[in-house]
Write a protein that binds this ligand. Structure first.
Ligand code: MN
Length: 383
């Protein structure tokens, strides 16, 4: 990803001050489930029950995770548009205060469905949650999700804690949008261009525009079906990946100038890391959500298996984004900091000085090496 916002695929960007587990892109990054894990794709009975619940509920609340990325918000809005098309009473929200749509997602249709967290009932009848691996990802809406009579969890993270009463979880889906699409089809709604725009946003966000390992022939077939509705895929992609404010370039430049390469880290696989201070962001008027894409520039460093970006938030906490290329389980490393995510894309929040956080992170890498690192399909791209 690039400049812009929609890139929050790890965790570092949750609202609130406490460390919390976070989720990332492409569940499992498309790797097969670990040995011994049961198949986790929903069965026909689970789909049927989810459809029945949504078509019989009188009041439906759809939630994205806090600091929503394109997959979370796109999936929630897509299903919201479908349910409204079917005549259901539906709202969409997430637990940030204030509720602000990231600038890179301002084009998303269906935003008239959005309500602030205060607009969600205290004891909702039915809540469906999109792209959240754990209930802490709901931020200010966590307690109301717990109070819901029915809590349907729609997600693709291998780390999902199954915190609902009902679950549609497929850890091999490259995006929650894939599950949202299946749900919309089974609900019997028409795939409009607006719904397709929202789903495509989720799909390209979590597949990195179809370049991550989790992308399959089915992913492209899905994309083809979305494009057939006439959506402006070029404008969607530009908004998500190729648009930023000028000030972002200055913040990025400072972060890159400060980047450090440690080729001895991770058993010699290498670590590249940098920090973005809030003072720098403030000097250029750049919000935290606008620097999510810095990690995608830093991780290009071919000498480093692991990339780490520490982003100081407005309260002084460090939101960490970490990426590996297949040789290190960063979900495990970030878990040690109270965060989480996928093996190759994870994050955490820390409160110690940046140098201490980097040092501890570095120390943990040695114990998180994976036995076999898959060869990159296209070394010229990411490596
Ligand atoms: Mn996702």
């Amino acid at each position: 990803m690039t400049p812009g916002v929609a890139a929050d695929r790890d965790s570092g960007s949750t609202a609130g001050a406490k460390p919390r587990a976070q989720a990332g892109p492409g569940a499992n990054n498309g790797l097969p489930p670990e040995a011994g894990q049961p198949p986790t794709a929903p069965g026909a009975a689970e789909w049927d029950e989810a459809v029945r619940l949504l078509l019989t509920a009188e009041d439906i609340t759809l939630l994205a995770h806090v600091s929503p990325d394109g997959d979370a918000l796109g999936s929630a809005l897509a299903v919201g548009l479908a349910l409204r098309e079917l005549g259901r009473t539906v709202r969409v929200s997430y637990g940030d205060d204030p509720l602000v749509v990231p600038s890179s997602l301002e084009f998303l249709p269906g935003q008239d469905l959005l309500v602030p967290h205060t607009g969600v009932p205290d004891e909702p009848e039915l809540v469906a949650v999109f792209d959240a691996a754990g209930i802490s990802r709901l931020g200010l809406l966590e307690s109301r999700a717990k109070a819901a009579r029915t809590l349907l969890v729609v997600d693709h993270h291998a780390s999902n804690t199954r915190f609902g009463t009902h679950h549609l979880i497929d850890v091999e889906a490259p995006a929650t949008a894939v599950l949202a699409d299946e749900l919309i089809t089974r609900l019997g709604a028409t795939l409009t261009a607006d719904i397709a725009t929202a789903l495509y946003t989720g799909l390209v966000t979590d597949t990195g525009s179809f370049k991550y390992v989790g992308t399959t022939p089915d992913t492209h077939t899905f994309a083809a079906r979305l494009l057939a509705t006439g959506i402006r895929h070029d404008l969607i992609q530009r908004a998500i990946w190729d648009t930023c404010r000028f000030g972002y370039l200055k913040v990025l430049a400072a972060a890159l100038a400060r980047a450090e390469l440690d080729t001895d880290a991770a058993g010699g696989l290498g670590l590249v890391s940098t920090v973005i201070t809030r003072a720098e962001r403030a000097a250029h008027g750049i919000r935290l959500d606008e620097v999510e894409g810095v990690i995608d520039v830093v991780r290009k460093s071919g000498e480093a298996e692991v990339a780490l970006v520490l982003k100081e938030d407005d309260d002084g906490a460090l939101r960490a984004s970490a990426r590996s290329k297949g040789g290190v389980d960063l979900g495990r490393v970030c878990g040690a900091f109270g965060g989480g995510g996928h093996a190759f894309a994870a994050g955490f929040t820390a409160y110690d000085p940046p140098a201490e956080v980097v040092a501890r992170f570095r120390d943990l890498l040695a114990d998180a090496l994976l036995p076999v690192a898959p060869a990159p399909a296209n070394p010229g791209d990411d490596a």
